[in-house]
Write a protein that binds this ligand. Structure first.
Ligand code: IPE
Ligand code: IPE
Ligand code: MG
Length: 258
């Protein structure tokens, strides 16, 4: 049995030291799911789950920064999440403002730069203002780039890119033959991010829910049956260990890789 696989099987409390530092994913993306069900299990309102998810965000960000992961992207609010009951949306937005205010110190302490992807102009003014402030106060940090996907939907991202490219074609700035993958990528919200290496989804659901469809073309997927508020460093390590045990072939044969 592979050494790493043995660690996953036999040691449930994995730590950062168990990881091969030469084989870390460069871009980890997480669908932080299951807050509502976590709260329901405890007979509480859904928002109680969101509140308790904040700690998991804090710990995951710090662990990834410690590992010197260059890019961490968190799915915090989708374009479809606007369809939730107004009071849940309002409370989530208030929570977001509080978290941003509180976590600015953590970001600077860990040399993290904050970025966003999504239709952020649709967010309430207060959230927008706080985001702009935290982004500007962390823009000179040179460590991990933490990207929050907010009011983000991948289809909307691609649609917007197509519209922008179409306008450039119409104005003779670009010709259709020159539209390649790089051109498309530069028009996406996530143009500053490399492809995702490892995509984690908590809560046991095995779906993508409109997250980074373009960027996950060759990502390794990891689904874990733990609700987001219970996600801890050892779960993150398990996900990365699983990633480190996979052979990424990108269409080639195993023999070609060696
Ligand atoms: C994820 O948890 C947080 C957001 C989508 C904002 P959910 O709120 O989706 O929780 P479940 O999936 O209903 O349990
Ligand atoms: C995806 O979770 C969005 C976020 C985690 C922010 P959802 O809970 O909205 O996804 P579905 O509706 O179960 O697919
Ligand atoms: Mg959910």
């Amino acid at each position: 049995m592979d050494v790493n696989l043995a660690r996953i099987v036999f040691n449930k409390m994995n730590t950062l030291e168990d990881l091969d530092k030469n084989k870390l994913p460069q871009h980890i993306a997480i669908i932080m799911d299951g807050n509502g069900r976590w709260a329901k299990q405890r007979g509480k309102l859904r928002i109680f789950g969101h509140e308790n998810g904040v700690d998991a965000v804090h710990q995951t960000v710090e662990s990834c920064a410690k590992l010197q992961i260059p890019f961490l992207t968190l799915y915090a609010f989708s374009t479809e999440n606007w369809k939730r009951p107004k009071n849940e949306v309002d409370t989530l937005m208030r929570l977001l403002v509080n978290v941003l205010k509180k976590e600015l110190k953590t970001l600077n302490k860990n040399n993290i730069r904050l970025k966003t992807i999504g239709k952020t102009d649709t967010l309430p003014k207060k959230v927008h203002k706080e985001l702009t402030e935290v982004m500007s106060k962390t823009e000179n940090n040179s460590g991990m780039i933490l990207t929050l996907a907010l009011s983000y939907g991948s289809r909307e991202e691609i649609k917007t890119a197509v519209q922008e490219i179409a306008v450039k074609v119409k104005n003779n700035i670009i010709s259709p033959e020159n539209i390649d993958e790089t051109v498309i990528n530069t028009h996406l919200y996530a143009h500053f991010l490399p492809d995702v290496d490892l995509l984690i989804r908590t809560s046991g659901e095995c779906r993508i829910s409109n997250f980074l469809l373009w960027q996950i073309a060759y990502a390794e997927l990891y689904f874990i049956d733990v609700f987001w508020p219970d996600f801890r460093e050892n779960h993150l390590v398990q996900a990365i260990l699983s990633y480190q045990n996979r052979e990424r072939r990108f269409g080639k044969t195993s023999e070609q890789l060696n």
